[in-house]
Design a protein around this ligand. Structure first.
Ligand code: GUN
Ligand code: ZN
Length: 435
């Protein structure tokens, strides 16, 4: 049965930082959903019809669901860990927590909690790192499939500089990844991402295996980390003395390209920037994480001006919120610290269509258009007393969006639709409870 969602509809068709004609806003709008897809978008008066089930979301905004292109699902119990920068944080908090994912029942419980947290925060697609254990990827893919979510994920490959319990080998990482690709990639809305964790935790032999996997499966995402922290960079260059710079390590194994997602990419040389632009390699800005771990401030505007495609992500558990609204707030503040301004229209484009482009999935998600998957978020700018008071003086759509990103979080998510189904309020769920 077709369903009509009524509300204030907003979708971007171009990047507001590049093009004046960039969005469509319909004050009394409607999105018609048919079998998990959007079948029509327009004025409510034009689309209302006999026999259509109607859900009235007025006065809320209806946007494409948020997309988070860099997040770690085994870090649900790592977020908010005190007092460390990257390498100590990994060794002190993250690796012990990820070791627990050898236990399948723990992985299943965390996968369900993680996806419900994403839904509660309005995120409908993510590119997620799993732990080294294949059962962690199985748990996440199964939980995403049960919810009908478009999820990109992969088990991390790591064969050195980590506890024994978190280490595979070049052959085992290759074999397990290969089996997971066969099991999950292309099944429904699921996609596999080849995931060498970062240069420090992979030997050259394992990097070569990751490159072989990318070669054997063209079009699959590759996700990893790049130039997040100064000590990380120094250590990486000592482990790969033949590399010109950090990016060159990945380049040497054929791991760059439009499907490659480089988390952080903060401290880059001009050569690395030019090479990322030349190869279409994506940089993923992780602003809450970059500030939480004291990693540094990304020159997002400089990278964009140099032609590097840019996503924006939470990076939970070094990131401090699952909310893409809070992530946009942090991106705004990070830009301020560098003397730049992130406009709210550009920010909301970034978290929707911009991240869909970063993932190469813009033909399916990130916009509200007939034929696209019906992944949507309903935003309530009156969600808290502080928001409601401020809203009284808001006059423009851009001001309302800025209020949402500055003061909003999961409380501002009135509903999240995944493939046309309301998921935040679905029966059997009670506000983020673990399954
Ligand atoms: N570099 C390698 N692994 C990680 C991780 O889990 N989080 C962050 N922020 N950086 C990393
Ligand atoms: Zn990360």
């Amino acid at each position: 049965m077709k369903t009509l969602l009524r509300g204030r509809v907003l979708s971007f068709h171009a990047d507001p930082s590049e093009t004046a004609d960039n969005h469509r806003y319909i004050e009394d709008g409607a999105v018609v959903i048919d079998g998990g897809r959007i079948s029509a978008v327009g004025d409510y008066a034009a689309l209302r019809a006999e026999g259509l089930r109607e859900i009235d979301h007025r006065p809320h905004l209806i946007l494409p669901g948020f997309i988070d292109p860099h997040i770690h699902f085994p870090q649900v119990q790592v977020i908010a860990s005190w007092g460390a920068q990257l390498l100590d944080w990994l060794n002190g908090y993250t690796f012990p927590a990820e070791s627990r994912f050898a236990d399948e029942s723990h992985a299943i419980r965390m996968a369900n909690a993680f996806l419900d947290l994403l839904i509660d925060h309005g995120t409908t697609t993510a590119s997620a790192f799993c732990s080294v254990h294949p059962q962690s990827a199985d748990a996440l893919f199964a939980a995403a499939e049960a919810r009908g979510m478009a999820m990109v994920a992969g088990k991390v490959m790591m064969d050195r500089n980590a506890p024994e319990s978190l280490s595979d080998t070049p052959q085992r990482g290759y074999d397990e990844t290969k089996a997971l690709i066969a099991r999950w990639h292309g099944r429904g809305r699921l996609r596999y991402a080849i995931s060498p964790r970062f240069a420090i935790t992979s030997t050259p032999e394992q990097m070569q295996a990751a490159g072989a996997l990318a070669d054997e499966h063209p079009g699959l995402h590759v996700q990893t980390h790049l130039s997040e922290n100064r000590d990380e960079i120094d250590y990486t260059l000592s482990l790969y003395p033949g590399a010109r710079d950090y990016l060159d390590v990945y380049d040497g194994y054929g791991l760059l390209g439009p499907h490659s997602l480089m988390g952080h990419a903060i401290h880059l040389s001009p050569r690395e920037v030019a090479r990322m632009a030349e190869t279409g390699t994506r940089a993923i800005h992780c602003p809450t994480s970059n500030m939480f771990l004291g990693s540094g401030l990304l020159d997002a505007e400089g990278l964009r001006a140099s032609g590097v495609p840019l996503g924006v992500a939470t990076d939970v558990g070094a990131g401090t919120s699952y909310s893409m609204l809070q992530t946009l707030d942090a991106a705004y503040k990070a830009a301020q610290l560098r003397g730049c301004k992130l406009h709210p229209l550009a920010a909301f484009h970034w978290a929707t269509r911009g991240n869909a482009i970063a993932l190469g999935l813009e033909d399916r998600i990130g916009t509200l258009e007939p034929g696209r998957d019906a992944d949507l978020v309903v935003l309530d700018a009156r969600a808290t007393p502080a928001m409601a008071m401020r809203l009284e003086t808001v006059e423009t759509l851009a001001e309302e969006l800025f209020l949402l990103q500055t003061l909003g979080d999961d409380r501002a998510i009135a509903e999240t639709y995944v493939a046309g189904r309301p998921m935040k309020s679905r029966p059997g769920r009670c506000g983020g409870a673990f399954w």
